[in-house]
Design a protein around this ligand. Structure first.
Ligand code: PLP
Length: 255
């Protein structure tokens, strides 16, 4: 039985092993470990193109992970304090959209700040859910929009008790955090889910003197841009979830 620890690197280790196997490429990607595209190999470096590989048995498959990707996702969930972590390769846009579309359908309301990212608005356009906007207010001295005040979120909840979820930027593009813990408390009291857009908050999970992360605050799901403040390659992102939220979504789908 293999033992996993936070020092394990399942996907990295599988790729290294695959390199040593000196496989003759008969499948995609067409650059075939760099041999089929010398210019790209020179531009990105041989080390990089040699590990640009397709989903094959030893490397697992992101659509239904069962080995190294599954292990890596489990380690990520543990590191971020989530019950489950899903690797996202289409940017945090896809994670934000997965959060919204998994817990709302056409006509359902989502409370969100007016300065929400366009990925959230696009999710509403596609699935027909309705925004209940909360104005974030403005710091006139700095000329930047702020977070949502607890009082404004509470009012929106009282006026829209049928809202299915509250989406919170943790933090905003300008680094402003709302009182996430209190918003979680108010939302859960009313049976609403809390979705966090942590596109700019990866570092909240790895420092003592940081604002509270979504998972620590008890939020149900979070979209985390590893590629922004986490330092990974562009487009790599995480969707973090708590089992509790999955249960709520399942029960709602039955009614
Ligand atoms: C607050 C916020 N949410 C979501 C996104 C979408 O992230 P991505 O570019 O990884 O799709 C961004 C991107 O800038 C963002 O600023």
């Amino acid at each position: 039985m293999k033992t996993l620890s936070q020092n394990s690197m399942p996907i990295y280790e599988a790729l290294e092993k695959q390199k040593l196997n000196r496989i003759v490429h008969f499948d995609v990607p067409g650059h075939k470990g760099g041999r089929g595209n010398k210019e790209m190999k020179e531009f990105l470096g041989e080390k990089c193109v040699k590990v640009d590989m397709n989903s094959m048995k030893p490397l697992d498959n992101l659509c239904h992970p069962s080995s190294v990707i599954k292990d890596a996702q489990q380690l990520a969930a543990e590191a971020f304090g989530a019950d489950e972590a899903f690797f996202i390769v289409n940017g945090t846009t896809a994670a934000v959209q997965a959060m919204i579309m998994s817990c709302t359908k056409a006509g359902d309301k989502v409370i969100m700040p007016r300065n929400v990212h366009r990925s959230a608005i696009n999710a509403l356009v596609v699935n027909g859910a309705l925004p209940v906007y909360v104005n974030p207010g403005i710091n006139r001295h700095l000329g930047i929009p702020l977070g949502m005040s607890v009082a404004d979120v509470k009012r929106a909840m009282e006026e829209n008790p049928d809202a299915k979820a509250v989406l919170v930027n943790n933090p905003t593009y300008y680094g402003i955090c709302s009182d996430l813990k209190e918003i979680v408390r108010l939302a859960h009291e009313r049976g609403m889910l809390v979705l966090a857009d942590e596109a700019h908050g990866t570092h909240f999970y790895f420092g003592d003197e940081m604002p509270v992360s979504a998972m620590a605050a008890g939020a149900d799901m979070s979209a985390v841009s590893m590629h922004k403040t986490g330092g990974s390659l562009t487009q790599s992102s995480l969707l973090l979830t708590k089992i509790r939220s999955m249960r709520t979504i399942y029960v709602r789908s039955l009614t």
